[in-house]
Design a protein around this ligand. Structure first.
Ligand code: GLU
Length: 462
């Protein structure tokens, strides 16, 4: 059996898109589970829209998220000679011809076709003219006029195209530059690619590209066209519904492993199992199980998977990865006496590192703002806070159990609800009603700081 070679072939006309990461991931996993190779090719022939910055962004992000290629990436912009040779070979074999139709002529042709209810396409009028090359001619592939072409797709089965619906596509433009289709086909051959895994938006390109392969005598490839990545509005994922660049997710503090897990689930699932790491994917993924219908990217799914992946981190690794998010808030993790206990207690306070870092602010910095709505809702009577302050002040052994006892006794003596007792203290300590168990929170703040914050809220209220 031939060794599997897959490739991810981005055009560097923007930063790495989350849908692109999914394509790269499936290529990577398919190669690895077949002991094959995963390659990257930069399709930068569109010199107006491609930039080196985007190329760097794409390559850096792929590498750092763990989708490293097995060979150095290649750039199409540096391989012109190879494409020209291939075009020459097709011409010599009689499978291509020069065409000098002007834009106006092509426009007329399409108008006439549309007027008679036909599909607008190049009608092959120059095919048998035996034209010579000039600065006005393009080189066109002489596509077979009859018969059909069958694309064997690992996900979709056989997709049949009638050759008479495919027009003679351009291989070389009049300025002599090779087109996307030619470069793409030649490079798949030159890179010894066996399997093309790409978005379903490329399906209509595939039969055309197979005709180029046939004209060049290249071997057949395996194909898998992945379902589109949709937003929650069921339209193609765009900035309207969610951040689309990989970097934005990393900056918000989603773990790479959770991002990959979420992307793997875009069009693929395996029973009830939701949480996957790269090793599991390499073991479990089956390209044949990928669905045909568009796959919805839902941020709430990513949030949930991220919380699962965060929970699986050791405390050490969690702290290390949280560090940059705290630094951005000018917080030094060690500036808290009980930092390990604090971080452990706050690990599940949010779904992302940036959210968790934010919820840690009141533990490191003074409160300069209270949640007014919470005050209105929970503090109608200042005397509760005043009495609790006295009781807590009397506690010598400041530990979680003792604190919880004081709160519980006070609550039952006064016949108050839990929130009526707890929320005013939470607001004092954190400015809001969000915190872990109250005994633990008071313990983490320590006696002095806790009493000081209760006093602060009391003076703020009066
Ligand atoms: N450069 C193409 C794109 O970015 C990919 C072509 C392919 O994978 O064959 O859509």
């Amino acid at each position: 059996m031939k060794a599997i070679v897959t490739r991810f072939a981005p055009s560097p006309t923007g930063t790495l898109h989350i849908g692109g990461v999914r394509t790269a991931l499936f290529n990577y996993v398919y190669a690895k589970q077949n002991n094959g190779k995963f390659l990257i090719r930069i399709e930068d022939t569109d010199t107006e829209r491609s930039t080196k910055e985007y190329e760097k962004n794409i390559l850096d992000n792929l590498t750092s998220i763990g989708l490293e290629p097995d060979e150095d990436p290649i750039n199409q912009s540096e391989r012109n000679e190879i494409y020209l040779k291939a075009a020459e070979k097709i011409l010599q074999s009689g499978n291509a011809y020069w065409c000098d139709c002007s834009q106006e002529e092509l426009e007329e042709m399409r108008k006439a076709q549309t007027a008679t209810g036909k599909k607008p396409m190049y009608d092959g009028r120059s095919r048998n003219l035996g034209l010579e090359r000039s600065d006005k001619t393009v080189l066109r592939l002489a596509t077979p006029e009859n018969g059909e072409i069958i694309v064997k797709d690992l996900i979709r089965g056989e997709i049949i195209f009638n050759n008479n619906e495919l027009d003679d596509l351009i291989l070389l433009r009049s300025d002599g530059s090779p087109t996307y289709h030619l470069c793409n086909v030649v490079d798949d051959y030159e890179q010894k690619v066996t399997t093309v895994i790409r978005g379903e938006d490329h399906i209509s390109n595939t039969p055309r590209q197979i005709h180029i392969q046939n004209a060049l005598g290249y071997p057949e490839l395996e194909y898998a066209h992945l379902p589109l990545v949709l937003g929650t509005d069921k339209k193609r994922l765009s900035k309207r519904n969610a951040a689309t660049s990989l970097e934005e997710y990393r900056e918000k503090g989603y773990l790479d492993s959770a991002i990959l897990n979420t992307l793997a689930r875009l069009g693929w699932s395996q029973g009830e199992n939701d949480v996957f790491y790269m090793n599991d994917l390499i073991k479990e993924f089956n390209i044949k199980d990928v669905q045909k219908a568009g796959a919805i990217f839902d941020i709430t799914k990513l949030d949930w998977l991220n919380s699962q992946h965060l929970a699986n981190l050791s405390l050490e690794s969690f702290k290390e990865q949280l560090q940059p998010f705290l630094q951005a808030l000018e917080i030094n993790i060690e500036d808290h006496e009980k930092s390990d206990q604090l971080i452990e207690a706050m690990r599940t306070s949010d779904n992302t590192f940036s959210g968790i870092a934010k919820s840690l602010i009141p533990y490191y910095k003074d409160i300069n703002e209270y949640d007014e709505k919470a005050i209105e809702k929970f503090i109608s009577d200042k005397s509760i806070l005043e009495e609790l302050k006295v009781l807590l002040n009397g506690l010598d052994d400041w530990n979680q159990d003792n604190i919880d006892n004081i709160l519980k006794n006070y609550q039952s003596e006064k016949g108050l609800s839990v929130p009526a007792v707890n929320q005013p203290i939470r607001i004092s300590l954190t400015g809001s009603t969000k915190s872990p168990g109250l005994g633990l929170t008071l313990f983490l703040f320590g006696k002095n700081k806790s009493l000081e914050r209760i006093s602060n809220l009391l003076s703020y209220l009066s």
